[in-house]
Design a protein around this ligand. Structure first.
Ligand SMILES: C[S@@+](CC[C@H](N)C(=O)[O-])C[C@H]1O[C@@H](n2cnc3c(N)ncnc32)[C@H](O)[C@@H]1O
Length: 331
């Protein structure tokens, strides 16, 4: 960064290359109109953004494809894991001329995010091994809907075999625009049944804040000022059945590629599993392939079973069992 700033002072083009990746699409488009060299830099930034939604934060680039109109990418702040709203106000560069995939930087997004959130590790179970080869009591075998992994209170590190969902996205994916559903997430390779695909990451909100945001999004969608929102409510029922833990994750402004997964009334090809990591307060919602998925197939899951608003957003999942409306709940 220091080298980059020095270069920028000596050379206005360097300055522009440093600043433009921080701009939102509308500002980038405005600045592109001012002179030829800024037009060229904006074009490179746009090309890099369209080539990788994760901005280099996942192992493989996740490109956008759109054969319907001239929108080259969907703008949001990428975070490989969930963050608190206060952290999400930070600006993020996207489309740096030296892309991290190109310069060979090794990215450890979960470590970076954990250190950003002030989380560190240290074990108290005492029996989990660094390479995970001898298993760990933190893991509960045989459960399909709730799974437990090693976490911040374990001795092991990210390469532990029992931290399957903590190393980011390893399958190749792409984002494709559809005329009725908007952007959607697709497999860019064959994905074997049972493979971890991604977690649903976004801003962790209080229920009060989630309700306010949902109201705001519904209003904007009805006025066609917002095309889609990505606020998900996860409820984990406690064994007593009398109470449940509620986690509100909003990926509309800050999130990862899971924000592009569309709904299918037939259930789709992804299963959702709540993953608890030892020492973590909240479970994470993770997606696994529910069957073998072919390269080029759209990845979908069922958003829910309740339709609180029969006049809500129309569903275009195309399945035989389509209910015609997207699931909605009173948040
Ligand atoms: C989590 S986002 C999914 C990504 C979204 N398509 C986009 O362009 O960003 C949820 C939104 O996608 C759209 N969507 C998802 N599934 C759909 C479906 N089956 N039919 C129509 N629209 C759908 C709705 O606008 C919904 O509010």
């Amino acid at each position: 960064m220091e080298t980059k700033s020095r270069q920028a002072r000596a050379n206005p083009r360097g300055w522009a290359e440093l600043v433009l990746p921080y701009l939102r699409p509308a500002d980038l488009a405005s600045i592109a109109l001012t002179c030829k060299s800024l037009y060229e830099i904006s074009k490179s930034v746009t090309k890099l953004r369209a080539s990788d939604a994760s901005g280099g934060l996942e192992k493989n680039p996740i490109p956008f494809f759109n054969s319907l109109d001239n929108q080259l990418y969907s703008y949001f702040i990428y975070s490989p894991c969930s963050v608190l709203p206060s952290l999400s106000r930070a600006r993020q560069p996207w489309g740096e001329i030296r892309n991290s995939h190109e310069n060979g930087t090794v990215i450890r997004p979960f470590e970076a995010a954990a250190s950003m959130a002030g989380i560190d590790s240290g074990c108290d179970c005492g029996v989990c091994y660094k390479d995970g080869s001898q298993g760990c009591p933190c893991s509960l075998d045989g459960l399909t809907e709730v799974m437990t992994e090693c976490g911040m209170s374990c001795n092991c590190e990210l390469d532990c075999a029992n931290r399957l969902t903590q190393r980011g996205v390893s399958v190749r994916l792409k984002i494709v625009k559809d005329k009725s559903k908007g952007w959607g997430l697709y497999a860019n390779q064959f994905i074997q049944s049972g493979k971890f695909v991604c977690e649903y990451a976004g801003e962790l909100l209080t229920t009060k804040e989630a309700r306010l945001r949902q109201q705001k999004y519904d209003q904007l969608i009805s006025k066609r000022k917002l095309l889609s929102s990505a606020l998900l409510v996860v409820r984990e029922h406690l064994p007593s059945g009398k109470a449940c833990l509620r986690v509100n994750i909003d990926a509309t402004i800050v999130g990862n590629i899971a924000r592009f997964i569309n709904h299918s009334c037939a259930g789709g090809n992804l299963s959702t599993i709540l993953v608890r990591s030892t020492g973590a307060l909240l479970p994470r919602l993770c997606f696994f392939s529910a069957r073998d998925i072919l390269e080029g197939e759209e990845l979908c899951f069922k958003y829910g079973d309740v339709i609180a608003n029969p006049n809500g957003q129309p569903c275009c999942c195309g399945s035989k069992t389509c209910l015609g409306v997207l699931p909605s709940e009173t948040t």
